[in-house]
Design a protein around this ligand. Sequence first.
Ligand SMILES: Cc1cc2nc3c(=O)[nH]c(=O)nc-3n(C[C@H](O)[C@H](O)[C@H](O)COP(=O)(O)OP(=O)(O)OC[C@H]3O[C@@H](n4cnc5c(N)ncnc54)[C@H](O)[C@@H]3O)c2cc1C
Length: 497
Amino acid sequence: MQDFDVIIIGAGIGGLVTATQLAAKGGKVLVLERYLIPGGSAGYFERQGYRFDVGASMIFGFGNNGTTNLLTRALEAVNVNLETIRDPVQIYYHLPEGLEIKVHQDYERFLQELTAYFPHEKHGIAKFYQECWNVFNCLNSMELLSLEEPRYLMRVFFQHPLSCLGLVKYLPINVGDIARRYIKDPKLLKFIDIECYCWSVVPADKTPMINAGMVFSDRHYGGINYPKGGVGKIAEKLVEGLEKAGGEIQYKARVTKILMEKGKAIGVELANGKQYRGKRIVSNATRWDTFEKLLSPEKMPPQEKTWQHRYQESPSFLSLHLGVKAEVIPPSSDCHHILLEDWEKMEEEQGTIFVSIPTLLDPELAPEGYHIIHTFTPSWINHWQDLTSQEYEEKKEAAAANLIDRLEKIFPGIAEGLDYQEVGTPRTHRRFLGRLNGTYGPIPNKKLPGLLTMPFNRTPIKGLYCVGDSTFPGQGLNAVAFSGMSCSHRIAVDLGL
Ligand SMILES: Cc1cc2nc3c(=O)[nH]c(=O)nc-3n(C[C@H](O)[C@H](O)[C@H](O)COP(=O)(O)OP(=O)(O)OC[C@H]3O[C@@H](n4cnc5c(N)ncnc54)[C@H](O)[C@@H]3O)c2cc1C
């Protein structure tokens, strides 16, 4: 058994931010990643000259100012940097009844565009988004570290008392409650629902206000910025920084067991039987994978059982990675689109379609004269199980054809322009991302009090921490970077680093 200060299971962005922060503080850190490359849901794959992002591509947290630019800060902490390309429009929404709205980085332009559809709600729109700014301004005024560290909490409280009180006020609140306070038009409330759904995978009533404050404001403040060379570069750069800072990473290193001694996590065992010992163990796997597979489910702590009652797995995705002839995409097109034809279907299996065309920002991700389209739609794993391999392939083909058909509404001629196609299902997400049923992450089972019930990094098991999207504040790269900053902060204090 080799000894480390901290062993991190998984090289997703949450795991890597934890690792780099601790290595930069002088900790002896080992990251164990089951796959061939780092990044997890922010990874990539290459086929026939195309470099596809496996998941994330609308990236927050790369701004230059304030304190919420956590990806910029995470890279800087280990002396690496990444060129990014500004995306002037966060999302171009194509919604029922001809509602076509672009969320411009320019805040006033976005408000004008939305108000043009809902002139009678001009004041309500302004007041709703202003409340989001109130949350953001509180967050963006303070250093974002572990809320489990009392001395840090005291320090920020004395430095920024009003911001802290502001955040305490919004912590138990969901977006729907604030939206209904100012907005009456049901169609506009539906728009607020999809504004939430497209990153939280739940409507406004179940989306915490703290997260919305970040997303709905930072897109206009730090903006959406795409990493040159693809999203996979973020993880590659973090690994470069980790190694420069003296940390270690191993690939094809699947952890099968968290080793326990006298009720304390003391190490891990890999699929090949190798064992490593650490003073602290961090799991970047989902909470379900951590507490049901890496630990014995029979010994699940009561707090975890309560969490499982409150939160359920969100759906996974049906993903279509396409290479298309450039003429199919007009050069003035926007990178990210959301397509929904019927409000009633927003949360349904394959209801809402997400589209990303990163080659509009970085043409080098595809051969000259071609674009990448990554389109995905929520899908549950039970729709893809109990099929023969032939049935599975046929079902994939049919689902892909249906998605392409629906996309014709935004990009006519797409079917004829196809050069490359690869279909991923929830089974693919489960297999390559190592996530239970390929889930995007936890979502509330019912309406919960905002973010109050989302666990921080410490767990009821001594020596074991969780990081990533099943901890506070949830899904998204900047959110899991926040989780990584908090986790490393708490561990650094615990170990005296
Ligand atoms: C299709 C899709 C689109 C998305 N779009 C966006 C977007 O546009 N913007 C955005 O900000 N976010 C987006 N997200 C969400 C974002 O990608 C995730 O919230 C985030 O990447 C999760 O990071 P993580 O560190 O928590 O976990 P993960 O990315 O899941 O990383 C966990 C890592 O742990 C490894 N691992 C798991 N178990 C083990 C084990 N037993 N042993 C060793 N290693 C293990 C996995 O292989 C993986 O590398 C998207 C996600 C998906 C799937």
